[in-house]
Design a protein around this ligand. Structure first.
Ligand code: XBP
Ligand code: MG
Length: 258
């Protein structure tokens, strides 16, 4: 049986409910570049089926059915528009509008106290993670993570397993010794394809997706101030998902594999 050695966190939707801020940042960038686009929440929810901000803009351009010359012109400026968007997102985060989700700070702290290692495996841009952790925890928070695998460090974004395999390689740990925490179907598929025990905590943006592949699906990680509901408490044996419960669930799955 492989003991639990590390937690690997997704960022968007897992550390914090960030997608509304991303949506606003995309729309701010479109305005800044005189692009006649404003993504509604409904449109954005659909576009979340494409991971990666640059890929999301490119897919949107493709969907417009534009003449080839205009489409190619827009394709060429996607990286520039995305850079503007990333700065706009960081600005929104730095204003304090994107807090960590319940239980995230607690679980990070429990893992560190227990000597577990921490990783990040995200499609998002590193700049976004820095802004999010610095604003919500402090400048030291980035040093808590032994592996920070984000965005373009891999060619194939989620649902491909590449970003999780990258984090595992940096950690130097086997998948069986780690747990992934995710919020979306594409993220769960990536983590499971990389062989990790995966906890899914869907958000309002992903609640309609399928989490059949996840090992555990929770409405929240919970914490003393915001305990989970009675049904979830019965499932995990506690009023919030503590490291002890998580390690026990991980061990039970590892036992089944042996
Ligand atoms: C979610 C994503 C990201 C964000 C936008 O990433 O797919 O693309 O929506 O961030 P995660 P960027 O894997 O953390 O859930 O514009 O920087 O891509
Ligand atoms: Mg996510």
């Amino acid at each position: 049986m492989t003991a639990l050695r590390a937690l690997i966190f997704d960022v968007d939707g897992t550390l914090a409910d960030t997608e509304e801020a991303h949506r606003q940042a995309f729309n701010d960038a479109f305005l800044a570049h005189d692009l006649p686009w404003q993504w509604s929440a409904a449109t954005y929810r659909e576009l979340l089926g494409v991971t990666g901000g640059k890929e999301r803009i490119a897919r949107y351009v493709e969907s417009l059915g534009l003449p080839v010359v205009e489409r190619e012109r827009l394709r060429r400026i996607v990286p520039l528009v995305h850079r503007t968007k990333t700065e706009a997102f960081a600005g929104l985060v730095e204003m304090g509008g994107v807090p960590l989700l319940p239980g995230v700070a607690r679980l990070l702290s429990e893992a560190r106290s227990a000597g577990l290692r921490l990783g990040i495996a995200s499609t998002t841009t590193a700049r976004n993670l820095t802004a999010l952790l610095t604003r919500n925890i402090g400048t030291s928070a980035l040093s808590w993570f032994d592996a920070i695998s984000t965005g373009d460090v891999v060619a194939q974004k989620k649902p491909a397993p590449d970003i999780y395999r990258h984090a595992l390689a940096v950690l130097g740990l086997p998948a069986g010794a780690c747990v992934a925490l995710e919020d979306s179907e594409l993220g769960v598929r990536a983590a499971k394809a990389a062989g990790l025990f995966t906890v899914a905590v869907p958000t309002r943006w992903t609640s309609d997706q399928s989490f059949m592949l996840a090992d555990l699906v929770l409405p929240s990680l919970g914490d003393p101030q915001r305990p989970v509901d009675a049904r979830t408490e019965e499932l995990i044996g506690a009023k919030w998902l503590g490291l002890r419960q998580l390690a026990a669930l991980h061990a039970a799955r590892e036992d089944l594999r042996c």
